[in-house]
Design a protein around this ligand. Structure first.
Ligand code: UDP
Length: 236
């Protein structure tokens, strides 16, 4: 497959057209942003780690029956994925209180929920990704009722698969964000990435943070945390 012109540049990835209109190539950057874009920086080696870890997890999910955009890893930073139109919802699953949930409800981090929670944010930088419930999404034609139901079902399935997998690596999956995309024929698949940028990972023994919170909160040891997650997932 031939890489053609760049069609999009986001905060952490670039997207290129290819000679086949069904596919695009994503290229992961080391750039990191947080706090609604206010905090900017780079995390050395992050692009390669996120690319490879996300591809590994997408393959694992495919094995468990979750359809994804993943097609082929080209190199450390670049992957062929199916071209989708992104459903403009950030789908957030939580197993344990943390981050904006803890803040919004005035509770400490670390409360283990009996059942996972789900919430949506409307992907819109100008509006700062406001919370959106399923009725809002349907009213604004962001997705149909059936699409939302299917997205929820897939998101909880992803949680079950990943929670168990990470626990086997002595990692607690606290919460994470997913994005879904629609293929030309309307099929919904898991898209974007699953990485320490988009998940909260706590060491199962020490509760040490092994994710982007170290960057968001200026805790130091950011690169080492990403490398540690890479090591546990890919053994290198
Ligand atoms: N998250 C993300 N992108 C966003 C917002 C959140 O990947 O734009 C992830 C984040 O890494 C965490 C989960 O979604 O694993 C829940 O994030 P939260 O709502 O607590 O927001 P934050 O505290 O990160 O602002």
């Amino acid at each position: 497959m031939e890489k053609r012109q760049q069609i999009y540049e986001g905060k952490a990835k670039k997207v290129y057209a290819t000679d086949d209109s069904r596919f695009v190539i994503v290229s992961y950057k080391d750039d990191a942003t947080a706090l609604d874009g206010l905090k900017k920086g780079t995390i050395a080696g992050k692009g390669a780690i996120n690319n490879r870890m996300s591809n590994f997890l997408m393959r694992l999910l495919e094995k468990h029956g979750v359809p994804t955009h993943f097609v082929d890893e080209l190199n450390d930073r670049e992957t062929v994925v199916k071209k989708v139109s992104i459903v403009p919802l950030e789908v957030i699953i939580r197993n344990v209180s943390a981050g904006s949930f803890a803040k919004r409800f005035g509770v400490e981090e670390g409360i283990v929920f009996e059942s996972p929670t789900i919430e949506f944010s409307y992907k819109n930088d100008e509006l700062h990704d406001p919370l959106m419930n399923s009725y809002h999404a349907i009213a604004l034609k962001v997705a149909t009722r059936e699409e939302i139901e299917y997205i929820k079902e897939l998101a909880f399935k992803v949680n079950e698969v990943l929670k168990e997998y990470f626990l086997s690596l002595d990692v607690r999956l606290i919460d994470f964000k997913l994005e879904f995309g629609k293929l030309e024929d309307g099929t919904i698949v898991l898209a974007d990435e699953i990485s320490p940028d988009t998940c909260r990972f706590w060491d199962a023994v020490t509760n040490e943070k092994l994710d982007k919170d170290r960057f968001r909160r200026d805790m130091g040891g950011v690169e080492d945390a990403y490398k540690e997650m890479m090591h546990r997932v890919l053994g290198e």
